[in-house]
Design a protein around this ligand. Structure first.
Ligand SMILES: [Zn+2]
Length: 105
């Protein structure tokens, strides 16, 4: 199961101690299978839907984003509709929830 950087959302191998993207320390209790489906406030590109899906299900956010963009063109916009649905339906990550991003970065 992959883990994700709390600061930038980069997917990392479960053995990682530091984020290879931003250098943040990865704590041991980092895997997020139990993470609720929320749109993170940090690291999002548009509305955080891809990042939310990636973190909730342990996917690589880059792959999710690429598939989303490709899917938009190959499904005549269905993925776009699904994205907007996720934008509306997936709640934003609450500010100050435990395990959220360090407030002083
Ligand atoms: Zn990072």
């Amino acid at each position: 199961m992959a883990v994700f950087c709390n600061r930038c959302g980069t997917g990392l191998p479960h053995t990682a101690r530091f984020c290879s993207n931003c250098g943040a320390v990865i704590s041991a209790a980092q895997p997020m299978p139990g993470r609720p489906l929320v749109r993170p406030l940090v690291g999002r590109q548009i509305a955080g839907v891809c990042l939310a899906m990636a973190q909730a299900y342990g996917w690589d956010v880059a792959i999710v984003r690429i598939l989303t963009v490709l899917g938009f063109f190959f499904t005549s916009g269905f993925v776009g509709v699904a994205y907007v649905a996720g934008w509306i339906g997936i709640p934003e990550e609450p500010i100050g929830v435990s395990g959220a991003y360090p407030p002083n970065v």
